[in-house]
Design a protein around this ligand. Structure first.
Ligand code: ADP
Ligand code: MG
Length: 609
């Protein structure tokens, strides 16, 4: 029988290294986090060969004394926690005391460090966990760690490393994440002597985004903030109509730590449900701050994945915050439409949009010229847009008020007093308008779907708590165990949205009524679809979300839109669309219209119009 032995520290560290630092980016992460924990104001990261042959992280933080430096390489040596209960309130990134011993056991590891009080710096050099030397060295205050030949002594691990390009990508991504989360710290990243980014101290995240991702991304993002007693959120979200084909720009942080969290991802996708097309992802850089006691960061050895104690609360907080922000952003046309120049109005002393002489006509008698294209719902949106948006009666006073205070916003070819003037319908659902600032391309079907969706949504909101309609003949629903459990769980919520159903007997339900916004004949099918999705998502289906889904379906499937819209109908549609909460996207998130600004057209012709 083989003899039982206790592993030497060196072997134990090498084994642990496999978990803590499975790749160069993980080494970079541990070192950057240590620098942050040490209160650095400046962090420089350099690597070569995907970090496999060389990686350096240098900071101007607290540094370590000679004794501390030696101790930091011992297993379970940490200055950050003392007792297990401290774990519940860790404020630092590290606390396990495993990173340095692990990294130094599988590389050539050169540590140089100096504290403010220290006359000299200290240098420690290890190779594969073996101490080679300890000596004094010249060094500014701070710490500099160089890791070379990672995993050379453990060929088994080295084999698992990916190509240089892949490992580089990981390091770059990681460095960007930490730089994003800490705009108040100067960050530089250098690959083989080439600077990838060098960002000075920034005033906020948006400025940091501009520094490291470029103006392109920074310009399509808008800030978001919200807080409740236990949670606070800040960050940047895509303006309406912004979406990406990958999740690369969905970046989440909890207590400034970059995280992967299904809860957050799900919440974002849900909130953008009708703002971004299916299969596309909204850019969102979100920082959630939460009492550390309510997060479990200790799930994953590399602390990547986190778990919230109260997933539900976090999810609803995020969804509410994002939805509210989306709505606000959708109202603020100025942010996505071309900039409007303003000038002082002599008569009133107010700032008004600057009107070029060609457009004077448009505003001549318009008392509302102070803010002519404001889509602000408070000023123009009627309570409950009429349900029959294409009937002529509805269009008569669709300008919002009857006293003519608002100029007709959308007009026919020969009209003058308008914001958009209809020009033509060159192909199918495409309509073209001229606007004050350019040319509008308008998709009639997309617009119809958005208008219809919001009408249905309004009906849904209005009737949510009470109004149901009775089925002519009550129907019964027979379910298996899982469906029965899921339905029982959602019963209260389904009743809230207008279903009348009762459990009678084992696995049987009796359905007597349905909400106003669905056809009674579709009730059973709706409930069955609902249960199928609930089953797929492990029972966690929220009926309200499902109801929204159903509204989208209904708005996009209605037969009536198959018809060809007449010119007049297109004009009225545009009129109604502009009063929508989110006029920019159809319910599936695709654009309803876009504007080619006049200055773009002028650029193309390289002369003024
Ligand atoms: P942990 O971060 O979990 O405490 P590490 O192995 O990463 O464990 O680091 C061990 C200790 O070394 C830390 O607790 C800290 O006291 C010290 N240390 C590591 N890196 C630095 C640094 N860049 N500046 C100052 N002290 C450091
Ligand atoms: Mg650490």
């Amino acid at each position: 029988m083989p003899e039982i032995r206790i592993l030497t520290d060196r072997v134990a560290n090498q084994i642990a290294a496999g978990e803590v630092v499975e790749r160069p980016a993980a080494v970079a992460k541990e070192l950057i986090e240590n620098s942050l924990d040490a209160g650095a104001h400046k962090i420089e990261i350099e690597f070569r060969n995907g970090g496999k042959s060389y990686l350096r992280v240098e900071d101007d933080g607290s540094g370590m004394t000679a004794d501390q430096a030696l101790l930091s390489l011992e297993r379970h040596a940490t200055s950050k926690i003392r007792k297990a209960s401290d774990l519940n309130e860790v404020q630092t990134f590290g606390f396990r005391g495993e990173a340095l011993p692990s990294i130094s056991s599988v590389s050539r590891f050169l540590l140089r460090t100096r504290t403010k009080k220290g006359q000299e710096g200290n240098e420690i050099f290890l190779n594969g966990g073996k101490m080679i030397h300890v000596k004094d060295c010249g060094m500014p205050v701070g710490t500099r760690i160089e890791v070379s030949h990672l995993f050379n002594s453990v060929p088994g691990r080295r084999k698992f490393l990916k190509t240089e390009a892949t490992e580089s990508t990981h390091i770059i991504h990681l460095a960007k994440l930490y730089a994003l989360a800490h705009p108040q710290i100067e960050f530089s990243l250098i690959e083989s002597g080439r600077t990838i980014f060098r960002s000075p101290v920034c005033k906020d995240t948006q400025e940091r985004v501009r520094e490291i991702f470029g103006k392109g991304l920074a310009d399509v993002l808008a800030p978001i903030t919200n807080r409740t007693d236990h949670l606070s959120l800040h960050g940047l979200v895509g303006k309406p109509g912004q979406s990406r084909s990958t999740r690369k720009e969905m970046l989440f942080f909890v207590n400034r730590r970059p995280v992967e969290s299904k809860t957050i991802t799900y919440a974002v996708l849900e909130a953008y449900h009708t703002y971004a097309p299916k299969g596309r992802f909204p850019p969102a850089i979100l920082f959630l701050t939460i009492n550390p006691e309510l997060v479990d960061v200790n799930v994953h050895p590399a602390k990547r994945e986190i778990r919230f104690r109260d997933e539900f609360k976090v999810r609803s907080f995020l969804i509410e915050s994002l939805l509210a922000r989306n709505k606000e952003l959708a109202y603020h046309t100025q942010e996505s439409a071309p900039e409007i120049q303003r000038e002082l109005d002599r008569e009133t002393g107010l700032m008004v949009p600057q009107i070029d002489s060609n457009a004077q006509e448009v505003y001549k008698n318009d008392q509302d010229a102070k803010n002519p294209i404001s889509l602000n719902p408070q000023s123009t949106r009627e309570p409950g847009v009429g349900s029959n948006l294409l009937t002529p009666q509805e269009s008569k006073d669709s300008s919002g008020t009857t006293d003519g205070r608002y100029a007709k916003r959308i007009g026919a070819r020969d009209s003058t007093n308008t914001i958009w003037r209809f020009l033509d319908r060159p192909h199918g659902d495409l309509a073209v308008f001229s606007s004050i600032d350019g040319i509008i391309y308008f998709h009639a079907r997309a617009a119809y779907e958005r208008v219809r969706f919001e009408q249905l949504e309004d009906t849904f909101q209005d009737t949510k708590n009470s109004d149901s309609q009775s089925l002519l003949f009550p129907e019964s629903l027979e379910l298996d165990g899982i469906d029965q459990k899921n339905l029982s769980q959602s019963l209260a919520a389904l009743r809230l949205v207008g279903f009348e159903l009762e459990e009678f007997g084992r696995n049987f339900f009796r359905v007597e009524g349905c909400p106003q916004w669905i056809d009674p004949g579709e009730t059973i099918r709706f409930l069955k679809d609902f249960l199928e999705i609930a089953r797929e998502s492990g029972g966690g289906m929220n009926p309200e979300r499902f109801a929204k889904e159903a509204l989208v379906k209904k708005a996009t499937n209605e037969h009536s839109y198959q018809k060809v819209f007449s010119d007049d109908e297109v004009i009225r549609l545009a009129e109604t669309l502009l009063k929508c909460r989110n006029p920019y996207n159809c319910p599936k998130g695709k654009p309803t219209f876009y504007e080619i600004p006049r200055r773009d057209i002028e650029n193309r012709f390289r002369r003024n119009l």
